[in-house]
Design a protein around this ligand. Structure first.
Ligand code: THU
Length: 142
């Protein structure tokens, strides 16, 4: 199983938690923060950004990915995700299907770790291959 150090894991969760304060959530009131670890060691953070027209809303995970890719970084090891109402971490926040698909664009399913933690401190770690089995990715178009 792919692993990252406890120290790095803690750093990712702490960055993700900070991002929940930046979430723009006038419609759902549900804040999500993400911290994406690139293979070069850089951490890209993201929050969810909602929109009055609803459809243009962006999840925290995709915000983090798009920030990284727009900076020329496309190789990643892990992402930490936290979420909850009133900007407080509640239940485990698993990534939505659209975000899983974006992850599959840039990450090998067996080499990308998704870290989630609830408000009680329970941590769940899953590979992308577990959260998005039989995925359709760039390899399918070759
Ligand atoms: N959301 C995320 O940012 N990431 C997830 O993994 C799940 C959902 C956001 C979208 C929307 O702004 C709010 O949470 C409620 O769905």
């Amino acid at each position: 199983m792919k692993e990252i150090s406890k120290e790095l894991e803690e750093k990712l969760f702490s960055e993700a938690e900070k991002m929940m304060q930046r979430s723009y959530i006038p419609y759902s009131g549900f804040a999500v923060g993400a911290a994406l670890l690139a293979k070069n060691g850089t951490i890209y953070t993201g929050c969810n950004i909602e929109n009055a027209a609803f459809t243009p809303s962006n999840c925290a995970e995709r915000t983090a990915f798009f920030k990284a890719v727009s900076e020329g970084v496309k190789e990643f090891d892990a992402i930490a995700i936290l979420g909850g109402k009133d900007r407080k971490v509640s239940d485990l926040c698993t990534p939505c299907g659209v975000c899983r698909q974006v992850m599959a664009e840039f990450c090998k399913p067996d080499d990308f770790l998704i870290l989630m933690r609830d408000g009680k401190g329970n941590v769940q770690k899953q590979l992308l291959s577990e959260l998005l089995p039989s995925s359709f990715g760039p390899g399918n178009l070759l």
